[in-house]
Ligand binder design. Sequence first.
Ligand SMILES: *Cc1c(COP(=O)(O)O)cnc(C)c1O
Length: 486
Amino acid sequence: MAERTPSLDPTDWNALRSQGHRMLDDMFDYLERLRDRPVWQQAPADVRAKFQTPLPRTGSDLAGLHDTFMRDVLPYAVGNAHPAFFGWVHGGGTPVGMLAEMLAAGLNANVGGRDQIPVEVERQIARWMAELFGFPAGASGLFVTGTSMANMIAVLVARHRALGSQVRDAGLAQLGQGLVAYTSAAAHDCIAQAMDLTGIGRAALRLIPLDAAYRMDTQALEQRIAADVAAGLRPFFVAATAGTVDTGAIDPLRAVAAIAHANGLWFHVDGAFGAMAMLSPGLAPLLDGIGLADSIAFDFHKWAQVPYDAGFVLVRDGELHRATFAAVPRYLRREPRGMAGGSPWPCDFGPDLSRGFRALKTWFTLQAYGADRMGEAIAGTCALARHLAHEVGKRADLELLAPVALNIVCFRYHLRGRNMDDGDVDDFNAALVADLQEAGIAAPSLTTITGKLAIRVAIVNHRSERRDIDALLTGLQMLAARRLGG
Ligand SMILES: *Cc1c(COP(=O)(O)O)cnc(C)c1O
């Protein structure tokens, strides 16, 4: 019988230590000098080809793999750590979050449950969030991948409340007839996806029209609920958005809460990025009414700058939340003593059993910077958005396409007087955004605002400064002149 093969740990810890320090230093260098790099560059074909090789049967040297990472991976990421990254809604991360993620990986805690302090860290963050949003002591919170998953968990808790615990056995086929839900036409598609994945179906989701400020029209909501009730349907859930993905608009949360609760509906808030505006005393009043929610979904990985991924769901009625998911199979028995204590466990509040220690990087971030400084970073991005909107307003060739509610600015080159049709104008703006991304100068993305293609600048990153906004505008101007003059 051969000896047991050696473990996967190194034989020479000192060599690993030096290599580890080199890896850490490279990431500090990367973060320190972000602005010297292009925001994004497309990976050349020969680099892409290196990721087509077969499963390695034998190991390679760590230093060589690190070199490959530095050469072939790091330069070709999407670049959301960069201060001039303004696409979609991406957080920038922080060096503190990076270090905490390393500690979490070293500890390798499985935060599904059991009696351990990593679970307490997650519970502490749930309590902090309950405090921030004015939720009662019985509220529950859970880390998940992102707001897409958090929204789906909220739909499941609302479904449980509407149909009772028998839905867990009987399912929707027997019990779910006529369930309908509501959100605005500007809601993120993951709300519709949650309807799909939970078996309620996309068709059961009413998309309520918007008012002039791109918020849910609450009169239309009220009328639609009344019409559905009159038709014998069963309204059960309304999702308002605090910070829509297109324009950053905030639905009238207090009014939606009143309508939801008057009709016996679950009131959910998708606050993916916008909910974190609560950290800024200046912005928090914009979220008036968020504390009335039955559940809130949001991400620490967007405006709160925690490295990916760190989504969160907060539920007012923690017992209902637990009852939606809890099941104790024989191999997950809870005990009064020993490691199987400390029930309920995080796995009782969602579909995941094995779970990483997302709480640690969030805990470090909130403690190292403090809530006030996080709030200032958030408010700073809104100030930059106002600066950009102001600059857009000063230029005759640009037009603002939506009011700036928070940190998102939508505008375009209108090209009036150039004898171009709507499609040509859209194509021009789309080409310009691609030009800008490929030039590595700045990275906005695109969306459509009332039928017009918009250059969409979402300022989420704590590193962004006025000079990055000015570089975006200068870059756009240069590239537009090239296209128009050429
Ligand atoms: C980003 C976003 C989502 C999706 O969140 P993920 O963390 O990407 O799953 C949902 N709703 C809104 C308003 C968003 O901005």
